[in-house]
Write a protein that binds this ligand. Sequence first.
Ligand code: PBG
Length: 329
Amino acid sequence: MNDFPRFRGRRLRQTARLRNLVQETRLTPDRLVLPLFVVPGQGIREPVGSMPGVERVSVDELARDGAEAAELGLGGVILFGIPESKDAEGTGAWVEDGIVQRGLRALRAEVPDLLLVSDVCLCEYTDHGHCGLLDGGGEVRNDATLELLARTAVSHARAGADVVAPSDMMDGRVGAIREALDSEGMEQVPILSYAAKYASAFYGPFRDAADSTPSHGDRRGYQMDPANAREALREVEADLLEGADMVMVKPALAYLDIIRQVRDSVDVPVAAYHVSGEYAAVMAAAERGWLDGPRAMTEALASIHRAGADIILTYWAREFARQEGRSRG
Ligand code: PBG
C-alpha cells in the first residue's frame, strides 16, 4: 500500500518556510487602496460609529493620513467628500473649491508620492441622496447626469487626482468622462470604473459615513441586481468599449464568483471593493470576541485576491500593512 508515491498535503505544510515557499497568491500592501473621508472644517477627526478605525477628517488633517498611507507602502487612497451643503444638482461634486478638490490639492502638495484616486459620483452631494439628477417623478435621469459626472471628473483631475473612479452606474458615463478629460488635455488620466456595482445592503455603514442614504426609494433602478452574473460581464464590456482602463467589482466577498469571471474574461486590471458593511461585520464580531478580527480580515482579503482582484479597496489597508511589517520584523 505504501510502495508508490502518494500525495500527502501535509508534507508541504510542515514549517512556515515551506508554507511560504509554496504559497500560491500573496497579497502585498501596494495592491491596497485606502478610502478616506474628507469633511469641511479645521482640526476635525470624527470617528465613524459603524466603522471602528475609520474617521472623517478635515482637509488640514488629511495630509497626515495620506503621509501615513504612503509610509506604509499602500497602493493609494481613494477620496470621498462630505460637502458643507447639498442641493438637488449635487453642485458640491464639481465646483472648483469643492471638498474633494481641496483635499486632492492638499494631498498633491504635501504627499507627492501618494497615488490619488477620486470617487466620481453625485450621491454625497445631492440633497435627495441619489447618484444623479431627478425627473419630476423622482427617477434618476441618465443622460442629463452624464454632463455633471464628466464635469466632476475633470475638476478632480485638475485638482490632482491620478485616477478617476466613477461609481454612479449611469449608462454611458465612462465615455462621457473620457471625452471630457481628453478635450481638456488630460488624455493621460486613467478611468477605474465601478463597472459591476450591485445594489447591496453592505453599503449601510458607508452611507452613515458619507451622509448619502437616499431620502426616497433605493438604488435598484441603476445599481445591479445581486442575482445577476452575466449582466456583470456585459457592464464590464460596455465600460471597456467606452474607454475604461480598469474595472471594479463591488462589493467583494459576496461577489467572489463575479470577480473570478471578470478576471477570466478581460485583460485589464481588475479591482474589488471590500465595502463598509463587509468591514463592519468583522469588526463588530471581533469587538464581541466572536472571532479574531485581524486574522478574519487577512483571510477575507486573501480570498478576494485569490478570486482574481489585482487591486483591493479596503478600510483595513493600514492595518494590513502594519501587520505585514510586523511579521517581516
Ligand atoms: C457611491 C459609493 C458608495 C460606496 C462607494 N461609492 C455607496 C453607494 O453606492 O451607496 C460604498 C462603499 C462602501 O460601502 O464602503 N458614491
